[in-house]
Design a protein around this ligand. Structure first.
Ligand SMILES: Nc1ncnc2c1ncn2[C@@H]1O[C@H](COP(=O)(O)OP(=O)(O)OP(=O)(O)O)[C@@H](O)[C@H]1O
Length: 312
């Protein structure tokens, strides 16, 4: 668990992060959004002490980060930035092995871990292991960057606009891969983004910052249905609200008994995907199937709309 207590950063007279307190539960993703210059990156960098706090403290699993030597701290916390920060003169393997080497792992253990990560990130070892960063596509570099950050099994992964340089298709794939890997490894993640869709897709909780202050820290559904301030409401996008709510719920949450006609929808689809398919096919309802293809019931436009409505 990560506990941030009254964290503040001043540069001269300017307060860049103002008395921020929040907790990130183990194995969850906290996403930071807000206007440019709100202090998101500074907050993130105070966690691994790339920037020293002016006041307040950060506890990792109950331990004050000020009591941990800086090198140890950075080995325990993975850090991924836009542009990936790969070492240009080191191969993919050498990049990924950086922290395990610094920690003095033996060669066999390092090789096994690198192999495991290449596999996890779908980078074929025979093809990629000996390549240099400039020989990789942006998406591949991004995967190596995240693999490197995870190499020594860090307790926490900090990600500052990790997908900012990727095109929309690769970006979506990178988000899906991150979610799958995070669920598998149980890593705690704090991620900064400008992209609200990304925030709603990835965040167990979303922190909204403006002018150095934390305005709200809540689940995606709470941000939509109970925004703390008008700024939060505007940032999440008033026109997008019902659709974002629908993307947070699944077909299984609105399934009804009874028959229906047409191409079935998987029970794992989001209600937004289901609505899109219903509108596109011009139907009032569609059958729903489980992973084996068995029909479970149906999903209807009326059933979906009830989930996107403003709460009473
Ligand atoms: N070393 C520094 N000295 C003085 N001011 C700084 C320093 N680093 C950052 N700032 C200022 O602190 C404020 C917050 O910057 P920060 O990068 O944390 O914001 P951000 O929310 O991450 O913005 P963006 O979304 O544009 O990356 C900015 O106004 C920035 O100019």
């Amino acid at each position: 668990m990560i506990e941030i207590e009254h964290l503040t950063k001043r540069f001269g007279e300017t307060i860049v992060v103002d008395d921020v307190s929040l907790t990130v539960d183990e194995g969850t993703i906290a996403v930071f959004v807000g206007t440019s210059g709100a202090g998101k990156s500074t907050l993130l960098r105070m966690i691994n002490r790339l920037i020293e706090p002016s006041s307040g403290r950060v506890l990792i699993d109950g331990q004050d980060t000020m009591a941990i030597p800086e090198d140890d701290l950075r080995h325990r916390i993975g850090y991924v930035i836009q542009g990936y920060g790969l070492f240009p003169h080191r191969t993919v393997i050498e990049n990924i092995a950086t922290v395990p080497r610094l920690l003095g792992w033996d060669a066999k253990r390092i090789a096994a871990r690198v192999e495991e990560l290449l596999d996890l990130f779908q980078l074929d070892s025979a093809e990629f292991a000996a390549k240099y960063p400039h020989e990789l596509s942006g998406g591949q570099q991004q995967r190596v960057g995240v693999a490197r950050a995870l190499a020594a099994k860090p307790a926490l992964l900090l990600m500052d606009e990790p997908f900012g340089a990727l095109d929309p298709v690769i970006r979506h794939k990178a988000q899906e891969d991150l979610l799958a890997i995070q669920r598998r490894l149980g890593t705690t993640i704090m991620l900064v983004t400008h992209d609200m869709d990304e925030a709603f897709h990835l965040g167990d909780r979303i922190a909204v910052m403006d002018q150095a202050r934390l305005l709200q820290y809540a689940t995606p559904a709470e941000l939509l249905t109970r925004p703390a301030e008008e700024f939060v409401e505007r940032l999440v996008g008033t026109a997008e609200r019902p659709f974002r709510l629908l993307s947070l719920a699944r077909v299984k949450d609105a399934i009804e008994p009874g028959p229906s006609q047409g191409e079935p929808l998987p029970v794992s689809a989001t209600l937004r995907e289901a609505l899109s398919q219903l509108v596109w096919t011009g139907r009032e309802s569609l059958p729903v199937t489980d992973a084996s293809g068995a029909i479970l019931g149906r999903i209807s436009i009326d059933g979906i709309l009830a989930h996107g409505r403003q709460p009473a």
